[in-house]
Design a protein around this ligand. Structure first.
Ligand code: HEM
Length: 396
């Protein structure tokens, strides 16, 4: 990792792959925001300040989400046609079909209990040792393990889902690998959806099968595509959110003590983590007609990348934006997107992350970095950001 050459110009940063281990993109984002908040690099338009980011995400007629559909290179290639790639009435219909099923309240007390017992079972495996690497031992496993149970899939298959999910996220760097992961997930899910249709239970897949808006339901293919999106979008994001929140706490003893003794601070902690190190850094759009923003004319059918990780560090919207401040007004962060495509699983992710952090804080006392462990504990990434190691010591 140490011989990795960090980008030093916008050109170098924007030509990085989505999973390159970039440590600090923020100085470059700042220069972009201050110099040219709408900039054209090779025909793709990058939006880096808060005002224009919000404007683009709100104007879904001009800035279409078709960039995320299978007709364009990117995530639609591996997810198929899903809600993130839809627009207008079609999007509205699918949103209404899926959002009720994803609300933690709809998932019930059962959801909270499962999440807590999943967290406890994972902690049981390393608690006695007094040390752990919280990324592979906890943050990586916990969200997907909860998800698999909520979906009503066998827990022993969680390893396969992880592998296929990781393959999917490689689509930009290695399309063949992405498509392979997508095909494996579809092959696995197709008979499951058929079977659940004929023998319904109460799990999330059955809720999606039964969901109905004005007499219309989702087809098997639509459900399979949506599940592919959920398994990656739902698990990868919470995984990074948890890693980033723990990273913040481990680097700030006072904050760790404050949050440990006052669990109501977990909510602002998670919101400030989402703003300060947004797990999802970029979202993409495609213009549906020629338009102008920030004095820059963007031609019809041009790719537009909104760097929400940069918008969330915009001083104009967040005073002292580079500082992690638990007490700041969190109302405006774009970490879950904005407008019609605002994250449909935001409450789900926040509830799950809160339960996971509560379990860790309840069980691991005097939590601190392990000075003797190998593996650096730094937040890295371009499209998604999070640490790959969090080596810790504690008393259980
Ligand atoms: C916890 C951390 C999470 C973050 C930071 C996050 C971030 C985002 C962002 C930025 C978008 C907007 C995409 C766009 O505008 O193109 C989005 C959409 C979405 N997210 Fe999340 N997400 C998280 C968790 C989840 C979870 C746990 C689920 C599922 C249970 C989920 C499901 C979705 C879905 C279905 C959409 C598409 C909504 C639409 O297009 O209408 N997300 N998310």
């Amino acid at each position: 990792m140490s011989d990795y050459q960090q980008p030093s110009t916008p050109q170098e940063l924007l030509s990085c792959g989505p999973i390159d281990p970039v440590e600090n993109p923020y100085d470059i984002f700042k220069a972009m925001r201050e110099g040219a908040p709408v900039s054209d690099f090779g025909g793709t338009y990058f939006i880096t300040n808060f005002e224009f980011a919000q404007q683009v995400l709100l104007d879904d007629e001009v800035f279409s989400s078709k960039s995320n559909s299978p007709d364009y290179p990117g995530i639609g290639m591996v997810f198929g046609q899903t809600v993130v790639g839809m627009n207008g009435q079609e999007h509205l219909k699918h949103r209404n079909l899926i959002t009720p099923a994803l609300r933690p309240r709809a998932l019930g007390e059962d959801f909270r209990q499962r999440a807590r017992s999943t967290a406890d079972n994972l902690i049981d495996k390393f608690a006695e040792a007094g040390r752990a690497n919280l990324v592979p031992d906890f943050t990586f496993l916990y969200p997907l393990s909860v998800f698999v149970q909520i979906l009503g899939l066998p827990e022993e298959d969680v390893g396969d889902f992880h592998r296929w999910g990781i393959d999917l996220t490689h689509v930009a760097a290695d399309p063949e690998r992405g498509l392979q992961g997508s095909a494996c997930l579809a092959d696995y899910l197709a008979p499951v959806v058929k079977e659940k249709r004929s023998a319904p239970t109460t799990d999330l897949i059955c809720r999606l099968i039964e969901a109905e808006v004005m007499g219309e339901q989702m087809t098997d293919e639509e459900i399979i595509s949506f599940l592919r999106l959920l398994i990656t979008a739902g698990a990868d994001t919470t995984y990074h959110l948890l890693g980033n929140a723990l990273h913040v706490l481990l680097n700030n003893r006072q904050l760790l003590e404050r949050v440990s003794s006052d669990r109501s601070s977990l909510e602002p902690l998670l919101w400030e983590t989402l703003r300060w190190e947004s797990p999802v850094q970029i979202v993409s759009r495609q213009t549906d007609r020629e338009t102008e923003i920030g004095g820059v004319v963007i031609p019809d059918d041009s790719p537009v990348t909104v760097i929400i990780g940069s918008a969330n560090r915009d001083e104009q919207a967040f005073p002292n934006a580079a500082v992690f401040d638990l007490d700041r007004d969190q109302g405006k962060s774009l970490a879950f997107g904005y407008g019609r495509h605002y994250c449909a699983g935001a409450d789900f992710g926040l509830t799950e992350a809160t339960i996971g952090l509560n379990a860790l804080l309840d069980r691991l006392q005097d939590l601190r970095f392990d000075p003797d462990a190998d593996g650096e504990s730094k937040i890295r990434g371009v499209a998604f950001r999070g640490p790959s190691h969090l080596n810790v010591q504690f008393s259980a």
